[in-house]
Design a protein around this ligand. Structure first.
Ligand SMILES: [Ca+2]
Ligand SMILES: [Ca+2]
Ligand SMILES: [Ca+2]
Ligand SMILES: [Ca+2]
Length: 380
């Protein structure tokens, strides 16, 4: 009997390892024999003596029996990192918790704001005034996160009434956080979800963490707990009834630098309205000369910057000629309309105001994008 039982446990262990190594919410159902199942078996024996058949030996009256024990196993998986911007509120990370054992269990859920994982540079913030920001959904069985649809409505996590999963069931956990306005492009905030297996409501010790059987195997009677979980992060260890995974808020921001340069386009004022036209280098800025201002805005970040307002009020010593915007600026307009050519810039009469422009993030191998506003004017 011992040999039969040892073989079954080895088989369960091997299957559990396979399930763990493929550990995603999309893993195939294990369809393990439920914990507590009593397995009964008999045999018959026929033989001859001197060529004469002897009475059959039949063990039906004394079957071999054993109880299938409780395999406690689970996998926590991050459903992907989230690209966020500084100051964003109510940003979400999603995790799955899969019951890969052979019985219904309850789960304690804990969020760890990591401070020492590789790449972690900042912490996210709990949403201002938030009630507990951990909610979950029970998967409908297809292993795909479908909140508010096939996976039903959000349930707020209550540690006093923890969620329960049957064998092969999956839980989706959504963590909501705010991103500090002080975060900068490339910052990472790592959060880990730790799920700890609890005795289910049906157990006399409901709500307490599962413990491994410690006194050896009883072949029959109640199912005994065998903890077969691995470990996902440094927040837990193997064979302790728990598992964890880390998700990351990746901060993508625009990194903006602006500058303005002035040059003499032509000393005698020729070709001034034509942008870009052909400059005549080396000229003096004498009255009648055409001066050129170029305002350059550079984005070397990883997010598009929007709603630019580039405002330039030309000094009184000039007479407006023309202005254009271009480079990598997308959309935008001069609002209010540009002054008419020949406008005397006395008393702030020459306003060049670009509004509503966007500057996309560079696409490798480029390391930056540049938008420009070019203004021409005569020296009075
Ligand atoms: Ca952190
Ligand atoms: Ca689903
Ligand atoms: Ca035992
Ligand atoms: Ca573990």
């Amino acid at each position: 009997m011992t040999n039969i039982n040892t073989f079954l446990k080895a088989l369960l262990g091997a299957t559990a390892l396979t399930a763990f190594s493929t550990g995603t919410a999309q893993a195939q159902a294990n369809d393990f024999t439920p914990a507590g199942t009593e397995v009964s078996n008999t045999f018959t024996l026929d033989y001859n003596v001197g060529g004469v058949a002897q009475p059959q030996i039949d063990s039906t009256a004394t079957p071999t029996l054993f109880t299938v024990d409780r395999l406690v196993d689970l996998t926590v998986t991050s459903n992907g990192d989230a690209i966020v911007v500084p100051g964003a509120t109510d940003e979400e990370l999603v995790f799955s918790v899969s019951n890969e054992g052979n019985d219904t269990q309850a789960y304690d859920l804990t969020i760890v704001e990591e401070t020492a994982t590789a790449g972690d540079t900042i912490d996210s913030d709990d949403p201002a005034g938030a009630v507990p920001s951990l909610v979950y959904y029970i998967d409908d069985g297809n292993g795909t996160f479908e909140p508010g649809a096939a996976d039903g409505s959000a349930v707020t996590y209550d540690p006093n009434n923890p969620p329960e999963l049957g064998a092969d069931e999956v839980l989706w956990v959504v963590v909501t956080q705010d991103i500090p306005i002080s975060a900068t492009d490339g910052d990472h905030a790592d959060l880990s979800l730790v799920a700890d297996t609890l005795e289910p409501a049906s157990s006399p010790s409901a709500g307490t963490p599962v413990t491994a059987d410690g006194d050896g195997n009883n072949l029959t009677g109640a199912a005994e707990n065998v903890l077969a979980d691995g470990f996902g992060t440094d927040n837990e260890v193997a064979n302790a009834g728990d598992h964890s995974a880390t998700g990351t808020f990746i901060i993508a921001s625009a990194t903006i630098v602006g500058e303005k340069v002035v040059s003499i386009h032509t000393e005698d004022g020729t070709n001034c309205p034509s942008i870009p036209g052909t400059p005549v280098p080396g000229g003096y800025s004498i009255p009648g000369a055409c001066v050129e201002y170029i305002i350059s805005v550079e984005n070397s970040g990883s997010a598009t910057a929007t709603d630019f307002i580039v405002n330039d009020v030309l000094p009184s010593e000039l007479e407006f000629v023309s202005a254009v915007f271009g480079g990598d600026f997308v959309s935008g307009s001069f609002t209010p309309a540009l002054p008419a050519a020949g406008t005397d810039c006395l008393s702030g009469a020459c306003v060049v105001n670009l509004t509503g422009a966007s500057l996309p993030a560079p696409v490798a191998p480029a390391i930056s994008t540049t938008g420009t506003v070019t203004i021409r004017a005569f020296v009075k």
